[in-house]
Design a binder for this molecule. Structure first.
Ligand code: OSB
Ligand code: MG
Length: 377
């Protein structure tokens, strides 16, 4: 029933964010990204987004390295595969364990393609069970505390109920306390993107508990398993993002009691299949899981929303409405925030959204085309 690929298009785009997004590792004003479009022999398409950023700061991959891996290795190998399916990537991705973002873009495009071939929504193909997914909003570092408090207020007015503040040494106890004081009801999370030293376990636990911070995401460096375990012992709920790169790293954190909650980003862990595997493992051991984001455009967001409709994901996702990120999202029907701080799971074929050609053309910077071998019979 499945068919070979006929062609692939790898595009590099640039799209301005509605406002700068500052984290402990840098500021992003315009997102540079890769979009992959696969096309099978019947003309059905599959879309994937690569979450690697222009600079390799969040992780070691970048637009350049991921573009190289996708264009020089993954696409040429896949174009030789006689019948593609979502797991067709595994043999083609051998040796590329340290390039999960490149792999994910291709794996996710294959999922979309295969769901469209079957005229089924991706959410159903992935085992999703919910018509809407609960979401929150990730809020960057601001120039001043009042500016942050004001912005959080705007998000709450828009309907978000859970807010994740980006923190770093020097932007921690004070802004967190200010937001808590102004909004006593908000579900408050923080994310440090590895910026703290393991020596600050005590101080983090003090301000986190005092301000009823529901979870602290990735306070310490990737391999600081003991520090994360100590923070848990202080009574803080620890969420891991960068530390979990594969099954082995998750098992290690579980065994050493260094994790309560898992932030699963399909674009960063190799795609949907590995996301499901990691979430099942964490939930099977009594931990909680939710779907994170990497400022995806509507294409990547649609993938993430489909994944988040699975039953393992019980905490609100980092998947906000299109307008929180981009004035001109790349899709025809931008995501909007619905009742109860939710996004609707698109139920059209595949990811359930279509590209808006005008927005896409405006953002397009570079295109590479690939064609499969001519096949006979
Ligand atoms: O650590 O979760 C993170 C964005 C870019 C890189 C890393 C992270 C993030 C976010 C944004 O927090 C979440 C979103 O897409 O809304
Ligand atoms: Mg994070």
């Amino acid at each position: 029933m499945t068919v070979p690929l006929r062609a692939a298009t790898l595009d590099e785009l640039e799209i301005p964010l509605v406002e700068p997004f500052e984290t402990s590792f840098g500021v992003e004003r315009r997102r540079r990204l890769l979009i992959l479009r696969l096309e099978d022999a019947d003309g059905t398409e599959g879309w994937g987004e690569c979450v690697a950023a222009r600079a390799p700061l969040y992780s070691a991959e970048s637009v350049e390295t991921a573009g190289w891996v996708i264009g020089e290795i993954l696409i040429p190998r896949l174009l030789e595969v006689p019948r593609v399916r979502p797991d067709s990537l595994a043999p083609s991705a051998r040796g590329l364990e340290t390039h999960p973002m490149a792999r994910a873009a291709v794996e996710m495009a294959l999922w979309d393609l295969s769901a469209r071939q079957r005229h089924r929504p991706l959410a159903k193909e992935l085992g999703g069970v919910r018509p809407r997914v609960e979401v929150g909003v990730s809020v960057g570092i601001f120039p001043t505390v009042p500016a942050l408090v004001h912005r959080v207020g705007r998000y709450l007015e828009a309907g978000y109920r859970r807010v994740k503040l980006k923190v770093r040494p020097g932007w921690d106890a004070v802004p967190v306390a200010a937001v808590r004081r102004e909004y006593p009801e908000v579900r408050l999370w923080v994310d440090a993107n590895r910026a703290f030293s393991p020596r600050s376990v005590r101080t983090i636990s003090q301000w986190a508990k005092r301000n009823e911070v529901e979870l602290v995401e990735q306070p310490f460096p990737t391999s600081a398993v003991e520090a994360h375990a100590r923070l848990r012992k202080e009574g803080v709920r620890v969420c891991l993002d960068e530390s979990v790169v594969d099954r082995g790293s998750l098992e290690l954190s579980l065994r050493r009691r260094a994790i309560d909650v898992l932030n699963v980003k399909p674009g960063r862990v190799g795609g949907h299949r590995s996301s499901i595997e990691l979430a099942r493992l964490a939930v099977g051991r009594g931990r909680l899981a939710w779907v994170g984001g990497m400022l995806e455009t509507g294409i990547g967001r649609a993938h993430n929303v489909a994944l988040a409709s699975r039953p393992e994901f019980t905490l609100p996702a980092d998947l906000s409405a299109s307008g929180r990120y981009y004035t001109d999202d790349l899709i025809d029907r931008p995501f909007e925030l619905g009742p109860g701080s939710t996004l609707e799971v698109p139920l059209g074929p595949g990811i359930g959204v279509e590209v808006d050609p005008r927005a896409y053309r405006r953002a397009l910077r570079r295109r590479r085309r690939f064609r499969g071998p001519r096949r006979t019979g």
